[in-house]
Write a protein that binds this ligand. Structure first.
Ligand SMILES: *[C@@H]1O[C@H](CO)[C@@H](O)[C@H](O)[C@H]1NC(C)=O
Length: 135
């Protein structure tokens, strides 16, 4: 009984330690797999975390990378934290590697709540001036 209680409490603590994450559902013809975007994660997170200009709460920093073959990878770090600071390098890598590894159409998530929300999304077409995530 005591063991069970401790075990349950541990599971709960582990579950709560991770912030909310979600995979995009995609539709027929949606660009996939987002796994191909994984090679850009380190570059995105390095750049985003070194940003000299603090990202205001509610603002975001984003980058787009072209994949060979005509698709692209859109990355976003949205400041859903409580302070105007740059995103954390390791949180960024952890969340994006998780999403790219298991969400065929990409998705978004947080290391904890509150914290930055990181998005990776594979889309059709080359990078242009605007990042367009969400499918
Ligand atoms: C981000 O973290 C990785 C691994 O912990 C490290 O190798 C890299 O230098 C870090 N990047 C920056 C900009 O600090």
């Amino acid at each position: 009984m005591l063991y069970n209680t401790i075990f349950t409490a541990t599971l709960l603590a582990v579950a709560m330690a991770q912030g909310p994450r979600a995979c995009y559902q995609g539709s027929s013809g949606s660009a996939a797999p987002a796994r191909d975007c994984a090679s850009f994660i380190n570059t995105f997170c390095d750049d985003a975390s070194m940003g000299q200009t603090p990202v205001r709460i509610g603002d975001s920093t984003s980058r787009c990378f072209n994949l060979p073959g005509g698709d692209r990878c859109d990355f976003i770090a949205l400041n859903t934290y409580t302070r105007a600071v740059s995103p954390d390098n390791n949180s960024c890598r952890t969340v994006l590697n998780d999403i790219a590894g298991r969400c065929p159409y990409g998705g978004f998530g947080q290391i904890a709540d509150p914290a930055y929300t990181f998005t990776v999304d594979r889309n059709h077409g080359a990078c242009s001036r605007n990042v367009q995530p969400g499918s």
